[in-house]
Write a protein that binds this ligand. Sequence first.
Ligand SMILES: Cc1cc2nc3c(=O)[nH]c(=O)nc-3n(C[C@H](O)[C@H](O)[C@H](O)COP(=O)(O)O)c2cc1C
Length: 223
Amino acid sequence: MKLIALCGSARKQGNTATMLQQVIEGAKSVGAETEYVNLFDLHYTDCISCYACKLKGKKSFAHCTLNDELKPLLERIEKSDAIVLGSPVYYGNLSGQMRSFTDRLLFQYLDYGHVGKGPKPKSFKTALIATMNMDSNDCIKRGIKDSLVWFSEVIGHTLGSCELLTLTDTVLFDDYSKYVYQMPDIEEKSSRIEKIKVENLQKAFDLGARLIKSVIPPQADQK
Ligand SMILES: Cc1cc2nc3c(=O)[nH]c(=O)nc-3n(C[C@H](O)[C@H](O)[C@H](O)COP(=O)(O)O)c2cc1C
């Protein structure tokens, strides 16, 4: 069993990366092979809407034909069992790096047909982790939660199934006194001891373990 985690934040020790590392640890704890990729280490373009992945009877069907640094990653993803996407929220959406990646990953398997019956190579177990500065009330009030739920449903329909885990109220800076930040929570955030609460790290760890435990072994799948 293999779990691959993809990080859409450039901050290599940031909130998103930390949550994904916990997912990796959780997956390893139940014996999974794991891979961690920071998308900012790769050079790739957005989908160019060539529609080669939709051409009937062609080798390119259900595969992105763009030949850049995503190509080998998309191939490795096809060989994985669980896929975890992690992204900071930027202006109410996933980061641009993650959105470009998900357009390339998901669109190749979309067949404009029956939900859940597209040409994906197999049914993956997936999750989306989104981290954000705002608190959980604002996340709901501003419609961010709804849009994350919607996008996790899209991922689920396209790849197999998708769990959503949100981390709200994140710490942005190691030293708030060095930055312009005028939100009312500055006192609390600058003095917070645990950058990410242990219970949230545990949720990410449990998610990694749960995803791997829910993968049906290939032999059982064929019965
Ligand atoms: C360009 C940019 C836009 C952001 N937009 C939002 C936003 O709309 N809502 C929010 O709550 N946080 C926003 N943030 C804060 C990040 O989402 C938040 O700090 C996140 O946890 C950072 O993750 P990281 O530590 O993995 O980079 C933004 C940050 C940046 C750099």
